[in-house]
Write a protein that binds this ligand. Structure first.
Ligand code: UDP
Length: 469
């Protein structure tokens, strides 16, 4: 008898870096466990400069995974938006037809789609392909989206409206409408996979799983917490050697790392405040600096130019902190341009604290390495992540200055919070709590651990589907 060809599991991440990394890790696990995996890749609508090299590295290092590139999207229709999310929705909308052609040919056993790719779900239904939803942020934020059409969200603590997912604050914006449509689609899948682990977000996980967040009349899809899946490969050529060699020269837990996601950028004025704060803190730092955002709407979502550090940083800052002119502060700081190998930096023993924008991958990478966080939310769902990680789990201290509609965080606050994080009793308590979270995260991923077992169960289902014709 002829053996029917195996049907692939198709993963459809959205093209942003923060969405690619965990979906690719999922793909690697499925591939390692014998499934045929194809990852569908679309053009990133906002260019960080990192996605291309990252994908090139991943493709070369993982020959067992197939990558299917959808045709490049030409010029997008103008979208009324201030938010990069609207462009993500638009690229995925335009890519839906070529995706359909690919799916018809590939005959997948299962389709797993990212948040921004929800538009593919109705097409999957039409083609009879079972689909799962993959959520690259946490269960709290998932509960929020699920419950969006309603008012009170079970499973998450009360929070000020200003802390909601940013584009939801502006109902005129194209991104707002994209988000609203998703809530309705979430319930139509075979299951929802979340890059989290139960211990971290117990209340939200239980509320979602029990259907308490589902709008009336809709089914509650099964919930699978399979995380933390964090990136295992860095962007090629992202200066790893320099950063790690520099960290090697510092004592354990002594350096604060400042990095604000794949697209976080600060004004020139804010960069100067951070620089002064870091100097005044007396602590050692590794800081990723990007060029300030452009006011030109056309350039806003384009790849930023490399930063002109001499123009951006206070006079002699680099010389002083690098130690070229001042023997007291010798080697105190390293400034890297635009991008650092974040996961490797966080895993280095010298890492003592992490000033982060609170993107979910960054949070999980810090938790997996037990590095306490100083939160400075900037965009997307990061303020909501803060509500829960700071107020509920007490796993972070927050920069307050950005809040209350203030545009500028002062150098004094930066200095005080960095000092607190690296050198105070409160900071040491935070570190101990973060290390506990790290142990729980690693337990969840161990063979037989809760997340690992959940993923193994899913895999069995998909393997069966994959060998049926
Ligand atoms: N990242 C990195 N180096 C940088 C900035 C970001 O390696 O200089 C990586 C980071 O490790 C994480 C991802 O980019 O894996 C950012 O994802 P996250 O969800 O934290 O934030 P987003 O970019 O989606 O806002």
């Amino acid at each position: 008898a002829t053996v029917a060809p195996r049907r692939p599991v198709v993963l459809y991440p959205s093209p942003g870096m923060g969405h690619l990394v965990s979906m690719i890790e999922l793909g690697k696990i499925l591939g390692a466990r014998g499934l045929d995996v194809t990852i569908v890749v679309t053009d990133p609508p906002y260019n960080t400069g990192a996605t291309g090299p990252f994908l090139a590295g991943v493709t070369a290092a993982n020959p067992s995974i197939s990558f299917h590139r959808l045709p490049k999207v030409g010029r997008l229709e103008p979208v009324a938006t201030k938010h990069h999310e609207a462009l993500a929705f638009e690229v995925i909308r335009v890519s839906n037809l070529p995706l359909r052609e690919f799916l018809v040919g590939a005959n997948p056993a299962v389709l797993i789609v990212d948040f921004f790719c929800c538009i593919a779900l109705s097409m999957a239904r039409e083609l009879g392909v079972p689909s799962y939803f993959f959520f690259t942020s946490g269960a709290e934020v998932f509960a929020f989206f699920l419950h969006l059409p309603l008012v009170h969200v079970p499973g998450i603590p009360p929070f000020p409206a200003t802390h909601a997912v940013l584009p939801l604050m502006e109902c005129e914006d194209a991104a707002y409408h994209g988000f609203l449509k998703i809530s309705a689609e979430l319930c139509s899948t075979q299951g929802v996979i979340i890059n989290t682990f139960r211990w971290l977000e117990q209340c939200a996980v239980e509320a979602v799983a029990a259907g308490r967040c589902t709008p009336p009349g809709l089914p509650t899809p099964p919930l699978y917490c399979i995380g933390p899946l964090i990136k295992t490969e860095e962007v090629t050529g992202s200066g790893a050697e320099e950063c790690l060699a520099w960290l090697d020269t510092h004592p354990n837990a002594s350096v604060v790392f400042l990095s604000f996601g794949s697209i976080g950028r600060f004004s020139a004025e804010q960069i100067r405040e951070v620089a002064s704060g870091l100097e005044a803190s007396g602590q050692q730092f590794l800081w990723v600096v990007r060029a300030p955002p452009s006011d030109d709407p056309v350039k806003k979502f384009k790849k930023p130019p490399g930063p002109d550090l001499d123009a951006l940083l206070p006079e002699e800052f680099l010389a002083r902190t690098k130690g070229e002119t001042d023997r007291v502060t010798k080697g105190r700081g390293l400034v890297v341009k635009s991008w650092a190998p974040q996961r490797d930096v966080l895993a280095h023993p010298s890492e003592g604290g992490f000033a982060t924008h609170y993107g979910w991958n960054s949070v999980l990478e810090a938790v997996m390495e037990g590095v306490p966080m100083l939160a400075w939310p900037l965009y997307a769902e990061q303020r909501l992540n803060r509500v829960f990680l700071e107020k509920e789990l007490q796993l972070a201290v927050t920069i307050e200055g950005y809040d209350n509609d203030k545009e500028l965080v002062g150098a004094e606050e930066v200095a005080a919070k960095v000092r607190w994080l690296l050198d105070s009793d409160g900071g040491r308590v935070l570190r101990a709590r973060t290390l506990e979270a790290m142990r729980r995260a690693r337990d969840a991923l161990r063979e037989g651990g809760e997340s690992e077992a959940t993923l193994a169960g899913l895999l069995d289902n998909w393997r069966r589907a994959s060998s049926s014709s």
